[in-house]
Design a protein around this ligand. Structure first.
Ligand code: B1M
Length: 208
């Protein structure tokens, strides 16, 4: 089986969409279970991509093409995963905070979280504190993931956390934050449950 999964893993590391799609179809033809392909192919490869990014071996372009290759394989696998009722690792609502239109980092984090097996609800950019709070109430998310790239929009993370607390939802959802101006100290100051400096570590943190 390892020999059948290996080209999927390698294809994601190389960011080779064509090879990933072909090798996923081949693995399914060989009766490999979709959740095995997900865990041993996609999630393992994206974890390695995140590691390479952390140690400076991969940069943003590599992260993007690997994530895109993973997504292309995921498109083939998704209907089968739903059919085989594989439970996602949890549900995460992600968005760039109110006033913030930057979405490249947020999208990368979303892709890495998806690669780590989470069900992702992408709320987009310019997401108001009320939208996040409403989403906790109606979508049953386990984690709220907020991204901010501007020092002027960072305070909206605190407004959102305060809104979650005011709505009595603090115990039912975790909040993780990140973005270029965000620090661990800031996360602690505003009462976030976690901070990650990059997409790979965001996926690792959410999984722990
Ligand atoms: Co703007 N911009 N921008 N911008 N922009 C910055 C952020 C800036 C630092 C540039 C500068 O002046 N040197 C500066 C902010 C200064 C500050 O606040 N201190 C700035 C500014 C001022 C602005 C405007 C105000 C400019 C203007 O109009 N006068 C304006 C604001 C628009 C708005 O949001 N309201 C603006 C607009 C834009 C563009 C639209 C042109 C474009 C965004 C395109 C898009 O996103 N679709 C843009 C870009 C591209 C940048 C820079 C150049 C690059 C950002 C980026 O995509 N980086 C940026 C300068 C810079 O950062 N060097 C800049 C790559 C990306 C992969 O990294 O987003 O940091 P990043 O994400 C990382 C980590 O931070 C982390 O993981 C990601 C991957 O490892 N991460 C998380 C991110 N979110 C996370 C969430 C997590 C965990 C980790 O948990 C949930």
């Amino acid at each position: 089986m390892e020999q059948i999964i290996a080209p999927i893993y390698e294809g994601i590391l190389k960011g080779d969409m064509k090879s990933v799609k072909e090798s996923v179809k081949h693995a399914l033809g060989e009766h490999i279970f979709p959740d095995t392909i997900l865990k041993e192919g996609f999630i393992a490869a994206m974890a390695e991509v995140g590691h390479k990014f952390e140690i400076g071996e991969y940069y943003v372009p590599e992260l993007l093409i690997s994530a895109r290759a993973m997504q292309s394989g995921l498109e083939i696998l998704k209907p089968l995963l739903v059919a085989s009722d594989v439970k996602p690792a949890g549900k995460i609502a992600i968005g760039s905070v109110k006033g913030d239109m930057h979405d490249i980092g947020k999208n990368l984090v979303g892709m890495m979280l998806e690669g780590a097996g989470f069900d992702i609800l992408d709320l987009g950019v310019d997401v108001s504190p009320d939208q996040f709070v409403e989403c906790v109430k109606t979508e049953g998310v386990d984690i709220i993931a907020m991204s901010a790239l501007l020092t002027t929009t960072m305070p909206n993370m605190k407004v959102t956390i305060d809104g979650i607390k005011a709505a009595g939802l603090a115990g039912s959802v975790k909040v993780i934050i990140g973005g270029a101006p965000i620090t661990e100290a800031y996360a602690q100051e505003i009462g976030a449950d976690g901070y990650a400096p990059d997409a790979g570590r965001a996926a690792k943190m959410a999984s722990n």
